[in-house]
Design a protein around this ligand. Structure first.
Ligand SMILES: Nc1ncnc2c1ncn2[C@@H]1O[C@H](COP(=O)(O)OP(=O)(O)OP(=O)(O)O)[C@@H](O)[C@H]1O
Ligand SMILES: [Mg+2]
Length: 228
């Protein structure tokens, strides 16, 4: 299993009261699979993704990612691991405002000191998400959907083993969404990237190998999707 999560709990202390938003979640994900995570707003999807990717610490439980017990590692080891093997598309795009679209896509490679030699791949990815004419634009000069597509290209550029995507098609029109979905599926199939994708779009979820549903911070269903 490329992802193993055991007994994950996340409790926030807000206004002095503990609020448990994820409780006792166990999840194992097979390598090269495509898992959709669905559930109502506030059910804990983004929280779960953040924990699985090692971006946020659980209150309890462990995550073993590609053989590495990520919360038993130091902050630096975790960052290094993410830079090499994990891609993340955030629900809010998290582009760096002082960098152009192309420079934003190159960030994961710069972190590995490989920005220069892979510039062509970044240019190609931006073209594939329909942004050939926007490479030199800054995030403030891009529409919401365009920023989202830059974030997608950035998440793919270093060919991660695992890609976490939080509603990556949330701001796109029908045509652009189809393009993005086909890139995601191709990445999963051809580059063998394990894909864990949060979506509200049930027709997109149905294309996954497996659909995990959350409600109130718990897994309430786990079944094969149409792509299985
Ligand atoms: N830093 C925080 N402090 C307190 N509560 C938080 C914090 N972050 C998230 N929550 C709460 O945790 C719950 C789960 O949030 P989460 O973002 O995981 O939901 P979600 O399923 O991704 O929802 P959506 O579909 O709206 O994106 C929400 O009720 C939210 O209010
Ligand atoms: Mg969310």
């Amino acid at each position: 299993m490329i992802i193993q999560a055991h007994g994950l709990e996340k409790t926030y202390l807000s206004g002095g009261h503990p609020l448990t938003v994820l409780r006792d979640v166990d999840l194992e994900v097979a390598p090269e699979s495509f898992v959709a995570v669905v559930g109502p707003s506030g059910s804990g999807k983004t929280t779960l993704l953040g924990l699985l990717a090692g971006l946020d610490r659980p209150t309890r439980g462990r995550v073993i990612l590609d053989g590495v017990d990520i919360f038993a590692s130091t902050e630096d080891e975790r960052a290094e691991f993410r830079a090499r093997r994990v891609g993340f598309v955030f629900q809010s795009f998290h582009l760096l405002p002082t960098l152009t679209a192309l420079e934003n896509v190159l960030v994961p490679l710069e972190l590995r000191g490989e920005g220069r030699e892979h510039r062509d791949r970044a240019v190609d990815l931006l073209a594939r998400v329909g942004l050939s004419g926007r490479m030199e634009h800054y995030p403030s000069q891009l529409s919401g959907g365009e920023q989202q597509r830059v974030a997608l290209a950035r998440a793919f550029v270093h060919r991660p083993r695992i890609l976490f995507a939080d509603e990556p098609t949330g701001n796109l029109d029908g045509e652009t969404e189809k393009g993005v979905v086909s890139i995601l599926e191709e990445l999963n199939r051809e580059s063998r990237t394990t894909l864990v994708l949060v979506t509200h779009d049930l027709s997109l979820a149905e294309r996954a190998h497996r659909i995990v549903a959350l409600a109130n911070g718990e897994i309430v269903s786990d079944r094969p999707g149409g792509g299985a």
